[in-house]
Design a protein around this ligand. Sequence first.
Ligand code: ZN
Ligand code: ZN
Length: 468
Amino acid sequence: MKLTFSGAARTVTGSQHIIDVNGRRLLLDCGLYQGKRKGAFEVNRKGPCKGSEIDVLVLSHAHIDHSGNIPCLVKNGFNGDIYSTSATRDLCAIMLLDSGDIQERDVGYVNKQRRKEGKEPFEPLYTKEDAARAMENFIGVGYRRRRTIARGVDLTFVDAGHLLGSAHVVLDISDEDTGKDVRLVFSGDIGRPGIPILRDPEPVRDGADLLIMESTYGGREHPPYPEMQKELRRIVQETYDRGGTLLIPAFAVGRTQQIVYELHKLYDADAIPKLPIYVDSPMATRVTEVFRLHPDIYDAEIRDFLLRDDHDNPFGFGRLRFTPSVEQSMELNAIREPIIIISSSGMLEGGRILHHLRRRIHDSKNTILITGWQAPETLGRKLVEGADEVRIYGRPHTVRAKVEVLTGLSGHADGPGLIEWADSMKKKPARTFVVHGEDGAAGVVAEDLRARGFPEVFIPERGDSFDF
Ligand SMILES: [Zn+2]
Ligand SMILES: [Zn+2]
């Protein structure tokens, strides 16, 4: 059996790991590499291998850095089964089609450059059509439902508590070459205990022989969740007192639902004034429907909430409106009284949030609430860094609205959480591979694991292979 790391090695994005066993080739995740536009396009276009060389794909969760290259794989000849949880499949149906749309638009930018250099234009990495076709290959499997996915390979998904449907992947493998039974655990992304909506990540207590684990927040600690809730309450109240609008740029998948749920709780507790909330993101509207379809995987807090309050839906309540159509979105422009608008994209790099920002950024009564990590060079990062003027659609705008940053909403385990998850394994893996983290973070996780008696811990480079 052979393990090859072809993505998310010494970086966070583009998760892809290959297992060769019993004459079959399995791929764990097929993520999109995200980085500076042009370089990223090249990496993704080349991909890890021909689609036709892969027999089976196992997908840990729907985030694009884990799933976003699936349509490309199918386009390149992959015709095997894709195993994921049902919720992951449903989220992919929305997210991969959206990604296809973005690819079609992005290639326009690359081709403009290429034409200048006198080169042939590229096709898009994949289209919406390719993404739709890829959905045919999915097979939904519930948590803890062990099933055979290739000769001598059994798959079990375990709840990873990171995103709706997210899973740790447990593979029980009978290797015909060595005659040995090997358990390989792939953590996927590890969730954060104690946050609402999702259940806590479930440890793989019996342990493993081989472990591939993520390290995004290695060496860092999240502030306690209740502090975030207090901050949100203060920010809503202060904006309301000024008579302003609260603009919340948020990623449409997970983050939007989490904020809506926190606001819902504050309303029910009469902790904030009951101003109308608008979720202005067509994708968030569709994703919220997916959340509603999977009550089986909510945590106990959400279930209590449903029983106690006799709301039929924690993501939709009296003061909440969805505005999927462009007309509905435009109507928000005319509203002068205090409201809350939640819209994507989370880093203000596109999406409807820019239309609202353009109209409301000049007014010091308004608040822009940043709710996640902002990549360098993005408009969101510039606002966090206190820019006085920003460009929106190429035009300069003076920043007079108050910019607030809400930390602590992350869906990833922090450094101590990662180590705790791994250390709960009774049988320590003989070999551990630390992936999905920048060098510093992966290094800290590797050191901590060694200190806790994990015998061999590696930080693989992209392209590294290991035989067992
Ligand atoms: Zn993720
Ligand atoms: Zn990830």
